[in-house]
Design a protein around this ligand. Sequence first.
Ligand SMILES: Cc1cc2nc3c(=O)[nH]c(=O)nc-3n(C[C@H](O)[C@H](O)[C@H](O)COP(=O)(O)OP(=O)(O)OC[C@H]3O[C@@H](n4cnc5c(N)ncnc54)[C@H](O)[C@@H]3O)c2cc1C
Length: 288
Amino acid sequence: MPVSSGIVTRFVPGETTETAVAATSQLVASGRKVTLDYLGEDTLDRDQADATVAAYLEVLKALGERGLSSDAEVSVKLSAVGQALPDNGEKVALENARSICRAARNVGTTVTLDMEDHTTTDSTLRVLRELRKDFPETGAVLQAYLYRTEADCRDLATEGSRVRLCKGAYKEPEAVAYQDRLDVDRSYVRCLKVLMEGDGYPMVATHDPRMIRIAAHLSQQTGRTPGSYEYQMLYGIRPDEQSRLAASGETMRVYVPYGTEWYGYLMRRLAERPSNLTFFLRSLISKK
Ligand SMILES: Cc1cc2nc3c(=O)[nH]c(=O)nc-3n(C[C@H](O)[C@H](O)[C@H](O)COP(=O)(O)OP(=O)(O)OC[C@H]3O[C@@H](n4cnc5c(N)ncnc54)[C@H](O)[C@@H]3O)c2cc1C
């Protein structure tokens, strides 16, 4: 399937830096903020990891040149920059992430470290702690479906700490994660409460109308004003709600994935929601 087919472009604007920057420009013009993700994960190839770093440096430079860096940052998966390499993966990932953080700071923006499956959580939080020594603005991601996350939220709800809370996108075993959607939702609310009551900067990443209502309520209850937290959604999902939140004065950031490695990302979105699958099948039949 080419990237130009409807189902792909609904979730991924394109494969190149140029398409990513064009999509960013449009979203920023509509009052939304952006975090860009150069697609790719689980690389076992050092050259591939280096190419991913180069892609991030290129897009950061482009954001700076177009005057978009105050509204757009980047999200990085450590497994795409070497975390899974045998022997010294974590060290390679840390150094690569450091290069990306430096480039981001040079153009006046930030990096958020995406969170992957539970076998990488400790390593990712170790890398985050190291990075934050030099780049305290680096954002973390925590996944509400993990039993450990409420405690991680307490650890990270500190002054200046940017924390994206999501439900979690990987298939995880019962030993580490809630399996029932209601339990995941309850955990999300508990974690959100910790973050909103804390001193950090909560980033509420969900499309769930209930979670969004609860976030709004908690922000009022804890005396937060718009701008002291933000909402985040994925590119192509609930765009009307994205616009509504932005128009109401809230900070709304859209996660925009781009690049040639869109297959795994797309499959996770399709697995998550049957209506996405219907959309996918319809687009296959109509060959659009
Ligand atoms: C900005 C952002 C960054 C993320 N980063 C990570 C990460 O680093 N690591 C990770 O594991 N996961 C990440 N995720 C994915 C996340 O963990 C979930 O898998 C994903 O967001 C789906 O969960 P949900 O909270 O949107 O609600 P769900 O439980 O999937 O859905 C709840 C309700 O939301 C509404 N909804 C959901 N999807 C749609 C849709 N397509 N159209 C219309 N309504 C919809 C429906 O009302 C639905 O009943 C990220 C998500 C976002 C938004």
